[in-house]
Design a binder for this molecule. Sequence first.
Ligand SMILES: Nc1ncnc2c1ncn2[C@@H]1O[C@H](COP(=O)(O)OP(=O)(O)OP(=O)(O)O)[C@@H](O)[C@H]1O
Ligand SMILES: [Mg+2]
Length: 445
Amino acid sequence: MRYKNKIFIVFFVLILISITIVGYLIIKNTFRRNLEMQIEQSISQLNLIYMNYSLYENIDTMTPIINQYLQQNINIEIRNENSVLFSNITNNEKFLEMLVPNDSQYSKVYIKDEFLYTGFMKNDITIISKTNISSIYDFKKQQIKFFIEISFIFTFFVTIMIYLLVKILTDRIKILDKVARKISQNNDYNIRVPEIGNDEIGTLGKVINQMLNSINEDIENINKISNNRQEFINNLTHEIRTPLTSIVGFSSLIKNEKTTDIKKIKEYSTYIYNEGMFLKDLSNKLTEIILLDNKKCSKEKLNISEMLLYIISNLKIKFPNVIFNDNICEKCYKYIDKVLFKILIENIIKNSITAYEKNKNIIIEIILKDNILIIKDYGKGIKKSDLEKIKEPLYTTNYDRNKDISGLGLGLTICNKIIKYHDWTWRIDSEENSWTKTSIFLERE
Ligand SMILES: Nc1ncnc2c1ncn2[C@@H]1O[C@H](COP(=O)(O)OP(=O)(O)OP(=O)(O)O)[C@@H](O)[C@H]1O
Ligand SMILES: [Mg+2]
């Protein structure tokens, strides 16, 4: 059964039951109250008759009063001790005997067949009245009839109103249901719940929309990652295939003795050596990246100012023609992995060195201040269009592998991972043919 119909039936039954209980109590109470009033009235009537009788003690003087009561459908019997002085009540003797109050009582009441029998006794005089109370019963019947009519009309209108209310509510749930079905059946994450108010159901609609937005964002991210991976694999395949083709080609020339010229053979073996070294580098860096992805946290609190000076002093030995201008604050303690930190700085500085044309003075500035580490060079700079891509794996502009400045395009990918590993952020700014500045924003302690 539908939710809407269930609510409708439950409410209908509940309203009907409550109205019936309320009506029953009202009618019962009114009926009881009317009877009590009638009894009180009968007793006071009998008291009045007694007073009239006791005035003259002659039954004939009572005739006008008795007639008057008779007109009101009230029959009277008057007794003196056990002898009946007057009676216009037709019930049998035994029944009436029952109505004579005993010594401890002053009046006695009995109701039978819509007649009220009242017995009253004072100073050996007993007066019994029989009053037709069918009007009270008629009133009760009228009340029940009226109540049934009213309760049906009321229940009908209230349930119609409830039905409409439930319909409004369930129609909005239906909208949510429709959206949920479309999502589960068609994987349609572009569908949205329309505006359906600001109450709980409306808020649920908004939450579903927010959920769909984040699912869409996740899908976009997953697609991006998958495209990047695919591109990476394509580039990697290309990077591996090119040197391998050279290696196979040149070595087959030597193997098949296609040339005996010792100069040529030396040239070919240099090619083979360079390409082999390139593949070795590639394999080392890929291993580094894979290791970085699985690296467990091994940070320790170190003064990175000291670390920087140590790295620079090492590089000075390796690259004696490079001028390092450093402006490094005395103390800057951070939680770092010192091996990764060294790889990061060396990669950035090596890129800077590579950026200079041959025979040019190589100047590299290193500044550490206010939790920002800056490495700046005045080399060839980076084109605006390249700036976005340089952190992507295997993206390089240093193609010529047979010269000194060959690159794998993995250095900045490794740097990016090291930055993320330390929860830092970074940016590279550059002006083509002028300068390149790498800024690393160290996490504040
Ligand atoms: N300081 C810089 N000046 C000019 N270009 C730069 C600089 N730093 C990076 N680049 C550019 O970004 C590209 C990517 O750098 P990345 O370090 O990832 O690779 P690579 O240096 O080419 O090779 P690898 O570092 O793997 O040996 C470089 O090829 C270069 O074009
Ligand atoms: Mg590099």
